[in-house]
Design a protein around this ligand. Structure first.
Ligand SMILES: [Zn+2]
Length: 168
């Protein structure tokens, strides 16, 4: 009885997350109503993108069916911690080049595959300093980054204003 309750509540938590607006479309191609998820990346994806994720191997993407697979509490916690498709894409697509066209729901397998590999396997759109990271080191990167920004402000503000030169 208690085990059944546990599973039910776990499923409930997963469903709640899945019902977030950003999780109602595939994180990779925007197809509606994704029924699959990558438990270690923390994104909800459609069946077609799921096939590509599978081909990357479980080390890169561990694919589970939202409806058919039994999820462990750890898997669900990990998904909740990422916070859904928008949060994950804010990281994995942070530095996507301007004008880059993401695959759509009707894209070919090749287009989809190229994008998904670039995004998760090669991590081309991630800031390079974040590519291999743990929670701790990303915090330290962030703090040193903001120190640098502060420094550059200090340098700027200590300089004489350069706009007082006459344009003619
Ligand atoms: Zn998709």
């Amino acid at each position: 009885m208690s085990r059944v309750q546990r599973i039910t509540s776990a499923n409930g938590r997963l469903k709640n997350l899945m019902n977030q607006t950003d999780n109602r479309i595939c994180a990779d191609c925007g197809a509606r109503d994704p029924k699959w998820a990558s438990a270690n990346i923390g994104v909800f994806i459609c069946l077609k993108c799921c096939g590509v994720h599978r081909s990357l191997g479980a080390r890169i993407s561990r694919v589970l069916s939202v409806q058919l697979d039994e999820w462990s509490d750890e898997d669900i916690d990990a998904m909740i911690e990422v916070g859904g498709n928008s949060s994950a894409n804010a990281i994995y697509e942070a530095y996507i080049p301007e004008g880059y066209s993401k695959p759509g729901p009707d894209s070919t397998h090749d287009e989809r595959s190229r994008f998904i590999r670039s995004k998760y396997e090669l991590q081309e759109f991630l800031k390079s300093s974040l590519r291999i990271t743990s929670r701790k080191s990303s915090a330290s990167i962030q703090s040193s980054f903001s120190t640098k920004i502060l420094d550059s402000f200090r340098i700027k503000s200590s300089k004489e204003p350069s706009c007082n030169r006459k344009p003619w």
